[in-house]
Write a new protein. Structure first.
Ligand SMILES: CC(C)CCC[C@@H](C)[C@H]1CC[C@H]2[C@@H]3CC=C4C[C@@H](O)CC[C@]4(C)[C@H]3CC[C@]12C
Length: 491
């Protein structure tokens, strides 16, 4: 029986062959080996069958949603819910978060009007709503074990494994420390290219800080779903859209004081049984208003202890931050070894146009980053073996919220899905904040969240066909030269 419940889980591949089920009709009979994995005793929850047994052929879906026709292709989602006509129709009007100051495009960022200030600057929330229902503990194993040997991208996980943020919102989360880019801009415009490069490097690392101790999965946006954020207190605006479902690609664009930052996220995943390896394949570009640019790609992320133990992720590999002027930077995210007493380390250096190392960088992606200008590198090295003791601080992770928050969100992350009065009317209907399943989860209404999630996922099965029949992103366009998505805006 083919698993048809198409929850995307695009980062999960197929289970290893040796774990395949002998008789596909009986998921409890497992060939070999009798590993720890299978001895693990987890009570299966009733919820599981509700999801894993959802079967329907594409034909059935087709019947349910209606026949595909050229005219219809943008209107597959029914209109019962505010979020259901999710794919952006070509004539949909974009309403920027401009609160009555007249339509301004994302380039005109910094005129904070009064409404905006009222809605955001001083009054962003510092807590999630109190959950309506009690949380249920469901083990991931109970979900996976009935699907051994099947394509896990087609396994549908119930909402208990999600955090109330979409992947689009998570992209914005990587801009929590955008002030580092403001600083980089200022240094550069005062002629200090080295300090600019160091701050850019610190920024590139700081994006990982929020991934620590966050064991839940973000919501998979629907094709054409968007997330737009206006944070005048940070001086930034952000816009993102899910531009492809197969493969899953999200395009992002952000503008701040003196800089623009864009890129698309496209993850390649390998499933290793107890862990998943994610290899991001997009390029991130940072462009300062004076023409200096830096480009880099993200390093590999491994999610460990999928089945037994505490789930955590770890980032490793080399990040080359290539500048178009004087300086470039190389950062190494250390591999984790079993007995490592000092994990999560990042080390690197900045080199000038001649290839001379002019500064060193050291720190941890979940803590802080520091630098040493080359003149004093040798002195510090000979003085102490512990490099992280030396150096001048560039970046430090913010304190977590005073009261521990569900899902372990940072104070910044807590604000991302907030829907204050008046905002709803200003958002396009495709915004992640309007996803009913995500909203229900945030409110702790798990039953409702689950049924809405299932409903939207059923709709989403059409995404491949929509893409094949010419669906195009609304706000981004693929660059014909380098294949990256660029924000084109519009109304
Ligand atoms: C099977 C389920 C329950 C496991 C939960 C998996 C969680 C830990 C996974 C799912 C998606 C993952 C994220 C996907 C993409 C990225 C971008 C990458 O550049 C940094 C890591 C980061 C941000 C991942 C962190 C870990 C993550 C949040």
């Amino acid at each position: 029986m083919k698993q048809r419940c198409e929850e995307y889980l695009s980062f999960i591949g197929t289970l290893p062959r040796e774990l395949e089920v002998v008789n596909s009709g009986d998921a409890s009979t497992i060939e070999k080996p009798q590993s720890e994995l299978f001895k693990h005793d987890c009570s299966s929850s009733g919820k599981c069958s509700e999801y894993s047994n959802t079967e329907s052929s594409d034909d059935a879906v087709q019947q349910e949603v209606g026949q595909l026709s050229d005219k219809d292709e943008f209107h597959f989602y029914d209109t019962r819910q505010s979020f259901s006509d999710i794919t952006a129709s070509p004539d949909m009007k974009m309403r920027y978060l401009n609160y009555g100051s007249g339509a301004h495009k994302i380039g005109e960022l910094h005129d904070i009007d009064k409404t905006n200030e009222y809605l955001f600057s001083s009054k962003r929330r510092s807590e999630l709503p109190v959950p309506v229902e009690k949380e249920k503990g469901v083990s991931l194993w109970s979900m996976i074990k009935d699907n051994v040997g099947k394509d896990l991208t087609r396994v549908c996980l119930p909402v208990y494994f999600n955090e109330p943020l979409s992947s689009l919102q998570k992209c914005f989360e990587e801009l929590e420390y955008s002030y580092l880019l403001d600083r980089a801009y200022e240094y550069g415009s005062r002629g200090n290219g080295l300090m600019r490069t160091l701050y850019v490097a610190a920024f590139a690392v700081s994006g990982y800080a929020s991934t620590d101790a966050r064991p839940c999965k973000p919501f998979n946006p629907l094709l054409g779903e968007t997330y737009e954020a206006d944070y005048p207190e940070k001086g930034i605006r952000f816009f993102s859209e899910k531009v492809s479902h197969h493969p899953m690609v999200m395009a992002c664009h952000c503008e701040g004081k003196g800089w623009k930052f864009w890129g698309d996220s496209n993850l390649k995943s390998k499933f290793w049984g107890q862990s998943i390896q994610l290899d991001p394949s997009g390029v991130l570009t940072l462009e300062f208003d004076d023409g200096e640019t830096f480009q880099w790609s993200k390093v590999t992320t491994t999610i460990n202890n999928l089945i037994i133990g505490r789930l955590y992720c770890h980032h490793h590999g080399t990040m080359n931050i290539n500048g178009n002027r004087q300086y470039s930077c190389k950062l190494i995210f250390k591999e984790q070894s079993f007995l490592d007493r000092n994990p999560r380390q990042v080390q690197g250096f900045v080199k000038d146009a001649n290839g001379t190392k002019v500064a060193s960088l050291m720190g941890k992606w979940d803590e802080s980053m520091s630098y040493i200008i080359n003149d004093d590198t040798s002195r510090v090295n000979s003085r102490t073996a512990n490099q992280s003791a030396g150096g001048t601080l560039l970046w430090e992770k913010n304190e977590p919220p005073a009261n521990p928050i569900r899902y372990n969100l940072s104070s910044f992350a807590i604000t991302l899905n907030e829907l204050p009065p008046g905002l709803k009317e200003k958002l396009p209907p495709t915004d992640s904040r309007l996803r009913p399943d995500q909203r229900h989860l945030e409110n702790g209404e798990y039953e409702k969240a689950n049924s809405e999630k299932l409903r939207l996922e059923t709709r989403q099965r059409m995404a491949r066909k929509m893409q094949e029949s010419g669906w195009k992103p609304r706000w981004f366009q693929r660059d014909t030269e380098d294949g990256t998505f660029r924000y084109v805006g519009g109304e």
